[in-house]
Write a protein that binds this ligand. Structure first.
Ligand SMILES: [Zn+2]
Ligand SMILES: [Zn+2]
Length: 340
């Protein structure tokens, strides 16, 4: 899939190593206990201190690697700011540690800060009841919903409490990180208001999870917004990113830095369009999101039902918005889709 991309390095650096990528811009790759097995964070040299983009999972490994770096190579100057691309725990899970230790400021989009707090509250108050009702409205029997709830993987790696204070960044803002100016681009589809950062003068894009080198970012309709159309948001973001220069160096959160942005955007678009066609052709009669998830994600449905369900619904809602499926809600609130 990545044949037409040019990678700046063929092999990733060791976990926890400070890798000099560009003048004033360093790469730290951290291990993750999940798939994908790593996340990339970036350090930018402000002169008087550092800006760090993303911070990784709240695990002992990640904590120890940052602790070693900040007590070692980075110790002479302070961490001034932590800038977060989005609220997912592999990017923001350890944020509170840096705020406490370094007294740094935090920058992120508003919807991502709110999402981080939602995740935090949901660990106190398990949202299973709502999720079971959501599954039942989307075609699961009471038994099936109960089975999925009972089988789902309990979250093992929880984030720390999100930062209580932050500076909001918005689409179109220009922010300084290191010695460069970066334009904030926010995008939906993968998360509510994911931030990417583009440096016009050096043509560098810190892409977060929106554009990955080797994987397709997940696009999920969350149970909190069952009528959302995140696939449309995601595809629209690819169109907007096509306006960036073709030779932009892309720094993704998972995978390797690469050139070939337009090629990668086209690949991601093709992947989703092909998948939408696959789903559309698999639907020959009335179908629910649960039935589709059972067919398309049989294994994931029980291990990670929110992903399986959310991806099914993302495809169904997109096909309905394109007029390729009808979406019906019956008198009991049950939702189904059917070919036009
Ligand atoms: Zn993510
Ligand atoms: Zn990620």
């Amino acid at each position: 899939m990545s044949d037409d991309l040019t990678f700046t390095v063929q092999r990733p650096p060791a976990y926890g190593e400070l890798t000099d990528l560009l003048p004033g811009l360093f790469w730290v790759r951290l291990p993750m206990p999940t798939v994908p097995n790593h996340v990339n964070c970036w350090l930018l040299d402000n002169g008087t201190g550092w800006t760090q983009v993303d911070c990784g999972f709240n695990t002992d490994d990640t904590f120890e690697m940052w602790d070693k770096l900040w007590r070692g190579l980075l110790r002479s100057r302070p961490l001034q700011n932590l800038t977060l691309t989005h609220a997912h725990l592999d990017h923001a899970g350890l944020a509170a540690f840096f705020v406490k230790e370094a007294k740094c400021t935090v920058r992120m989009p508003l919807a991502e800060w709110l999402s981080a707090w939602k995740l935090w509250h949901e660990r106190e108050e398990a949202p299973d009841e709502h999720f079971a009702a959501f599954m039942k409205r989307n075609g699961a029997s009471a038994d099936e919903a109960a089975q999925v709830i009972a089988a789902q993987r309990k979250p093992t790696y929880l984030g720390l409490r999100p930062p209580r204070e932050f500076t909001r960044i918005r689409d179109g803002d220009t922010i300084a990180m290191g010695k460069r100016d970066w334009r904030v681009i926010t995008a939906g589809g993968h998360s509510a208001e994911h931030a990417l950062f583009f440096c016009e003068s050096d043509r560098i894009l810190i892409a977060g999870d929106q554009v990955l080198s080797h994987m397709t970012p997940s696009v999920i309709a969350p149970s909190a917004q069952p009528e959302a159309n995140p696939m449309q948001d995601y595809l629209e973001s690819l169109t907007r990113l096509e306006a960036l220069p073709a030779d932009t160096l892309v720094l993704p959160s998972h995978g390797l830095p690469f050139r070939g942005l337009h090629v990668r955007l086209a690949q991601l678009r093709e992947h989703h369009l092909a998948r939408l066609d696959d789903v559309a052709s698999a639907i020959t009669g009335k179908v629910s999101a649960f039935a589709l998830a059972q067919e398309v994600f049989p294994r994931v449905l029980y291990a990670n039902p929110r992903q399986a369900f959310g991806e099914s619904l993302a495809h169904l809602n997109m096909l309905a918005s394109q007029g390729r499926l009808t979406r019906d809600v019956d008198a009991d609130g049950a939702i189904s889709f059917a070919p036009v």
